[in-house]
Design a protein around this ligand. Sequence first.
Ligand code: SF4
Ligand code: FE
Length: 480
Amino acid sequence: MKRIVTREDYVQSLKDLRSVVYYNGKRVEDVTGHPAMQPHINSAALTYELALRPENEDLMTAVSHLSGKKINRFTHIHQSVDDLIKKILMMRLIAHETGSCFQRCVGFDALNATYMTAYDTDQKHSTDYFERFKKYLLHVQESNVMVVGGMTDPKGDRSLSPSQQADPDLFTHIVERRPDGIVIRGAKVHMTGGVNSHEILIMPTQAMKEADRDYAVACALPLNTPGVTLIFGRQTNEERKMEEGPDAGNPRFGVVGGEAMIVFDNIFVPWERVFLCGEYDMTGLFVERFATLHRQNYGGCKGGVSDVLIGATALAAEYQGTASASHIREKLAEMMHLAETIYCGSVACSAMGFKTPSGAYYPDPLLANTTKHNVTRHIYEISRLAHDIAGGIIATMPFAHDLENSDVGDYVRKFLAGAGGVKTEDRMKILRLVENMSGGTALAESMHGAGSPQSQKVMYGRLGNLEQKKRWAKKIVNID
Ligand code: SF4
Ligand code: FE
């Protein structure tokens, strides 16, 4: 595959890929230019475009430890604590440009999780996944493709294990082992950036036992492989992406990542792209690593997205003459405090990162989970404050098209006029941006992206070391 360098290369590569994509009951022949998908393509394209700017070189590119060549950081394996911190700075930088999810981090985290775990699997099982994976990684670094991190399975009845499900396909599994590779069947859901990625790196979705051996699978495949189908998910405010005027919200970059269900109907994967095949005892570690690497990010990207929302909210206040009220200034300060708090978490878990046996660096898992858990709360509070400051108008404002109507246009312009002669259209644009960024899909993503809050609480039980905390308390009051 030709190396993808520019935004134009990226868009052309998606045209050429021709994955099987469905949207709202219809097949989409070309995802580029499709109004529901173009905003997500625009934001992912910035991971290519911004990396070409000299001022971003240090954050957005890296030197491959395999080839010694300069690569896009989204294809890099973290070689130091510095790399872990740069990942977060890069995410905040891109989020300032998009105000929404740019999707490519999921594959980035999947590459790093698989790298570390393939190494450990080889140590324990005398397999050769690590060498295979390094070859695959070189291909990703050299072609600069966008990879989906495929972790979450549909899961069916959550009280049953993968092998106990009435329908065996509810977890992605190996249906056949052949001399030249494996055949898999199943699906992955909530796949961020799925329709505008080139490949998927499939990983196990949860810790598994021996009976679930066939579900312990990690492998990579191009998304245009025959038998792979992508079904785009519906989003809150979906129609806003079709708008161009003041009603659009964030017309260029959309809301969150554009998630899809990806179905695998008997897909053959050659051995050189298989990185776990039946080693069920490695699945728990696999999941923990991917989850930690993705939870690490959330103070970076959501910190950056929050900065844009804080800016939009401050403008909404300015446009309606409330900006100098002391309670508004105090609430804006509170929003900044929350945004910086989540950012602190991402930087901290990166700074406390360490080297894994594979040589790749890994963020502190307890702190990474705490970071993501704070995001599930603070983004709601930031959004609550945005609604408080912007006012009820974000829920009741007429359509932008009303401005163009000869009967009511003058009324809307007159009665939505802002302070100090600000244009009504500009006020509407900013209020729609606040609505867009603080609305349903964005909040749900902050809650459930990178794992629901309960999955972070489970990690406190595992990593929180309650026994040590009890010992410290006992020692202070002299209890044996
Ligand atoms: Fe990246 Fe954030 Fe989107 Fe996850 S939610 S893919 S970390 S931008
Ligand atoms: Fe996410």
